[in-house]
Ligand binder design. Structure first.
Ligand code: GLY
Length: 406
């Protein structure tokens, strides 16, 4: 084992690395050479943090960076609005990441020299009729029982905040800490930040497999070429299962299709200023006047069809909540793929089967929300071997047959 890799092994979680790859030094500390599979927001943010700390980083992307779920998302940071019974285990992770967003956005804007439009207007979850109201009353008591900052608004209070909403409202849940960010700007900024920090981005370069030798990751095979590395990070979102990693068990990650669309508001007189959830849809107003309307949830694999039924459902639900949308122009319609795991929670941290392999995938509906905590936890794990307790429940190990039998 070389001296530098021995030193790296002593201060990281990756054991006794031995490879022909370059290991760099920062202030006397050996830094591993890292291959990141996937240039969405997860892969780019981890690459940025690692490259800034002195690692040699290669990022591999099957197409162009940031054009998967990172591009398709709505950018909601909805730890409270989306907290539902059965997902209590995710709450600590979601709330921690929500707390990190303002400083993460400020660091990213400084590193990239561009704004990412973190808006702190809060979120309204609407009830249009008595039935919706009863469901929301049930939900708010669950959320308040978990200590979340949510409060009930009557119809008049809702319309005072958002005068263009439907005249007949049964009330709403107000989530003052659920904000939004422009995910497309975040992707663009992360690309700049990662490249500025020295990461190398290989686009149109699909990874076929992670190379493993004696149970340890040694790099990746992409476009038939071998790229050596000490550590491999799998951050390929909905495509994560397609990367072969013998002898590791394939990750239980599937694409969960979502159709969306964007309408054009007048940026000088927007008809909405908060994120609004209404039955069957959510509406996210951007500073530039775009109004994002989302999203269907479809188990249809990587089917990319925009369907009349899907678009009609979104527009109908949106129109019931905000009737004046019928005056707006449609700017864009698209499909994205959420990376859904078997329990819909992310897969984070070290592989139990392959040394030097790290997962940062399966974020499902919460990818943008979970970005800062994922970038922090995964980069610290690689740099210092520090295992953040907040990601401990989300190890891939929970899906191994042994864990399931226990
Ligand atoms: N978090 C919003 C969505 O998945 O559609």
């Amino acid at each position: 084992m070389s001296e530098s890799l021995s030193q790296h092994a002593s201060n990281s979680a990756f054991g006794t690395a031995k490879s022909g790859t370059a290991t760099s030094r920062t202030s006397g500390v050996a830094r591993p050479h890292v291959a990141v599979v996937g240039a969405g927001v997860m892969g780019l943010s981890i690459a940025w943090r690692l490259a800034a700390a002195g690692c040699t980083v290669d990022i591999f992307e099957q197409g162009r960076s940031g054009l998967g779920a990172s591009h398709a998302a709505a950018g909601m940071l909805a730890a409270c609005a989306e907290a539902e019974p059965g997902e209590e285990g995710l709450l600590a992770l979601n709330r921690e990441s929500q707390r990190l967003w303002p400083s993460f956005a400020a660091d990213l804007e400084a590193a990239a020299g561009m704004a990412v439009d973190l808006r702190t207007d809060g979120t309204i979850v609407l009830a249009l009729n008595a039935d919706d109201g009863a469901k929301l009353r049930h939900l708010i008591s669950f959320q308040q029982g978990l200590g979340l900052p949510v409060e009930w608004l009557n119809g008049a209070e809702v319309r005072r905040r958002e005068p263009h909403l439907a005249t007949k409202l049964a009330g709403a849940v107000w989530c003052p800490e659920d904000h939004q960010v422009d995910n497309r700007k975040v992707s663009a900024a992360l690309r700049i930040a990662a490249l500025n920090a020295g990461a190398r981005l290989h686009e149109d370069c699909p990874v076929e497999r992670v190379e493993t030798v004696d149970g340890r990751a040694r790099g990746v095979i992409a476009k038939g070429e071998r790229f050596g590395a000490d550590v491999v990070v799998l951050a390929a979102g909905a495509w994560s299962r397609g990367i072969a990693i013998a002898p590791a068990t394939p990750l239980p990650v599937r694409p969960v299709k979502g159709q969306m669309l964007a309408l054009a508001m007048d940026p000088a007189a927007p008809i909405l200023s908060h994120v609004v959830w209404a039955p069957g849809t959510y509406l996210v107003p951007r500073r530039d006047g775009r109004l994002i309307v989302g999203a269907t949830v479809e188990e249809r694999g990587f089917n990319t069809d925009l369907t009349a039924g899907g678009q009609l459902a979104l527009l109908t639900h949106a129109w019931r909540a905000l009737p004046t949308i019928e005056e707006l122009t449609i700017l864009e319609q698209w499909v994205g793929f959420r990376p859904g795991s078997r329990d819909d929670a992310p897969i984070l941290g070290l592989s139990a089967e392959v040394e030097g392999l790290v997962f940062a995938t399966g974020h499902h509906r919460n990818g943008i929300l979970l970005l800062p905590v994922t970038a922090r936890a995964i980069s610290r794990l690689i740099l210092d071997g520090e295992a953040d307790p907040v990601i401990a429940p989300f190890a891939a190990e929970r899906f191994l047959p042994r864990a399931a039998a226990e």
